[in-house]
Ligand binder design. Structure first.
Ligand SMILES: Nc1ncnc2c1ncn2[C@@H]1O[C@H](COP(=O)(O)OP(=O)(O)OP(=O)(O)O)[C@@H](O)[C@H]1O
Ligand SMILES: [Mg+2]
Length: 233
C-alpha cells in the first residue's frame, strides 16, 4: 500500500440509539491513488455521509485507520486536526452552505480566516483565479441570494479548493440541481479533481454522474464494494 493517496481500512461506526446501537459502517475499505477520482453510491441511510465525515475528520470511527498521503488524522493533536480539516481537506455539501452575509469573493476567502488566519496574497490570487475558473468572475461582489442554485454550488466548489487541499470531499454536490446544471457542476468537479495534487471523492445518488468517474464504490451492508463504472447507467 503506497503512502501516497487516500487509504481507509476497516472503518467502523456505530451510533447509539434508543433500541441499541446502529452499526452503520462495519469495516469499510477504500483506496484512492494520487490523482484518482472516486464516486460512492448506495441507498439512503447506508452510511455514505458517515464515511465522508470520518475521512474529513468531522467525526471519529470506532475502529479502523485512515491515511491521507501518510497522515493519519486520527492520530493528530488539536492543532493538527484543525489544519487537516481546514487545509488538507476541502468539503462541498449538497446545500452550498455559503454564508449569506458574505459576497462571493468573501465566501471563497473565508476558509483562510479560520483559526484566526489571514488571507495571504497567494490565497487572494488563488481565490480570484478559482472564481474565474468556475465561471463566476463577473459576480465576485454579489451575495449568495443573488445567485442561482448552480451558481452557488460553483462558488462552493471554488471555496472548497481555496486552501489547495489534497483531497476534495463532496457529499451529493448535485443533489439539489436540475439535471443539466448537475451535469455542469459534475464536469467542473471532475476537471478540478484532475488538476493535481487534489483528489476527488464524491457521494452521489446520480448513477449518471458516478459513471463518469474512473473509480466507483457502492456501500453495501456497511462496507464498500467496487463497482464497474461502465455498468452503472
Ligand atoms: N449522529 C447520528 N446519530 C445517530 N444516527 C445517525 C447519526 N448520523 C447518522 N446516523 C444514522 O446512520 C445511518 C447512515 O446515515 P448517513 O447519513 O451516513 O446515510 P447516507 O448514506 O449518507 O444517506 P443519504 O443518501 O440519505 O444521505 C442512518 O440510518 C442515519 O440515521
Ligand atoms: Mg448522506
Amino acid at each position: 500500500m503506497s503512502a501516497e493517496g487516500l487509504h481507509a481500512r476497516g472503518l467502523c461506526r456505530t451510533f447509539a440509539g434508543p433500541d441499541g446501537g446502529l452499526a452503520v459502517l462495519t469495516g469499510a475499505d477504500m483506496d484512492l491513488a494520487a490523482g484518482e477520482a472516486g464516486a460512492i453510491i448506495g441507498p439512503s441511510g447506508s452510511g455514505k455521509s458517515t464515511l465522508l465525515h470520518l475521512i474529513g475528520a468531522l467525526d471519529k470511527p470506532d475502529g479502523g485507520t485512515i491515511s491521507l498521503d501518510g497522515v493519519n488524522p486520527l492520530k493528530l493533536d488539536a492543532n493538527g486536526l484543525a489544519d487537516y480539516r481546514n487545509r488538507q481537506v476541502g468539503f462541498v455539501f449538497q446545500d452550498h452552505h455559503l454564508l449569506p452575509q458574505l459576497t462571493v469573493l468573501e465566501n471563497v476567502l473565508s476558509p483562510a480566516w479560520a483559526n484566526g488566519g489571514k488571507a495571504t496574497r497567494e490565497i487572494g490570487d488563488r481565490a480570484r483565479a478559482l472564481i474565474e475558473r468556475v465561471g463566476m468572475g463577473n459576480r465576485i461582489n454579489h451575495f449568495p441570494s443573488q445567485l442561482s442554485g448552480g451558481e452557488r454550488q460553483r462558488v462552493a466548489v471554488a471555496r472548497s479548493l481555496v486552501m489547495a487541499p489534497r483531497l476534495l470531499l463532496a457529499d451529493e454536490p448535485t443533489g439539489n440541481l436540475d439535471s443539466r446544471t448537475a451535469a455542469e457542476v459534475g464536469s467542473l468537479l471532475l476537471e478540478m479533481g484532475r488538476e493535481k495534487p487534489c483528489r476527488l471523492l464524491v457521494v452521489t445518488h446520480s448513477l449518471e454522474l458516478a459513471a463518469r468517474f474512473p473509480k466507483v464504490y457502492r456501500m453495501v451492508d456497511g462496507r464498500l464494494v467496487s463497482a464497474e463504472p461502465g455498468v452503472l447507467a
